[in-house]
Write a protein that binds this ligand. Structure first.
Ligand SMILES: Nc1nc2c(ncn2[C@@H]2O[C@H](COP(=O)(O)OP(=O)(O)OP(=O)(O)O)[C@@H](O)[C@H]2O)c(=O)[nH]1
Ligand SMILES: [Mg+2]
Length: 225
């Protein structure tokens, strides 16, 4: 049985919960503390989807401004993208437009895009109306989901929907081009970067650092975002 392999990138502003979503989905863990992702981290998950073996290679990119130039390195060859915003943070939603532009510059329409509003456990502090988010998602060819990495709500569903869409897209591509060998196994995740080639190891390459942004600014209070 062939193994379908997909590369997924998580992108969006800092502190919206990208790492938390990846960790919840792959390891069922949650950390209340914000450990700023430096460059990117990698996690891998194997699934069985209706009897078909699927491997998801998940690249969790850094949202902080100082790492923005690196994003496109990780977008290369991605099959799916999860653009995360925080439903309590309007700015993280406003900036989603820029993240879509960056992603489309590299992948055009060759990537299946999901817009994910995270932290739905904080519904009473919501600053992004659901209708606006859904409208924006459809205007950029994306689907929309709500999640709480903290309470494990909607996370499995978001990844499952994305996986189903990527599988359907791959099947359609192969049906319309039967001569092409299945873009399964390792070839698909091997980008031109070393990032792509690290995909064989589980949880390899996780690089996190303490968030020192507020500390450096002397703002105090200890809240990072
Ligand atoms: N209430 C709530 N907090 C969350 C949720 N998801 C993440 N957080 C918190 O939000 C903060 C940031 O989460 P991260 O996952 O580190 O955010 P990130 O998007 O990876 O941030 P960068 O790596 O800097 O880009 C942490 O304090 C998390 O505990 C959620 O669903 N609900
Ligand atoms: Mg992170």
């Amino acid at each position: 049985m062939s193994n379908r392999e997909f590369k997924i990138v998580l992108l969006g502003e800092g502190c919206v919960g990208k790492t938390s979503l990846a960790l919840r989905y792959v390891e069922d863990k949650f950390n209340d503390k914000h450990l700023t992702t430096v460059q990117a981290s990698f996690l891998s998950k194997k699934l069985n989807v209706s009897g078909r073996r699927v491997t998801l290679n998940i690249w969790d990119t850094a949202g902080q401004e100082r790492f923005h130039a690196l994003g496109p390195i990780y977008y290369r060859d991605s099959d799916g993208a999860i653009l995360v915003y925080d439903i309590t943070d309007e700015d993280s939603f406003e900036k989603a437009r820029n993240w879509v532009k960056e992603l489309r510059k590299i992948r055009g329409n060759d990537v299946t895009l999901y817009l994910v509003g995270n932290k739905i456990d904080l519904e009473r502090d919501r600053h992004v109306p659901l209708a606006n988010a859904e409208e924006f998602a459809s205007s950029v060819g994306a689907k929309h989901c709500g999640t709480s990495a903290k309470l494990n709500r909607g996370v499995e569903e978001a990844f499952a929907r994305l996986t189903a869409d990527m599988l359907a897209r791959r099947d359609a591509e192969e049906a319309s081009n039967p001569g092409s060998s299945s873009r399964s196994s390792t070839s698909r995740s091997e980008g031109a970067t070393s990032a792509g080639r690290r995909s064989s190891g589980r949880n390899a390459g996780i690089i996190v650092g303490e968030d020192d942004v507020d500390g450096a600014s002397g703002a105090g209070g200890g809240k990072c975002c």
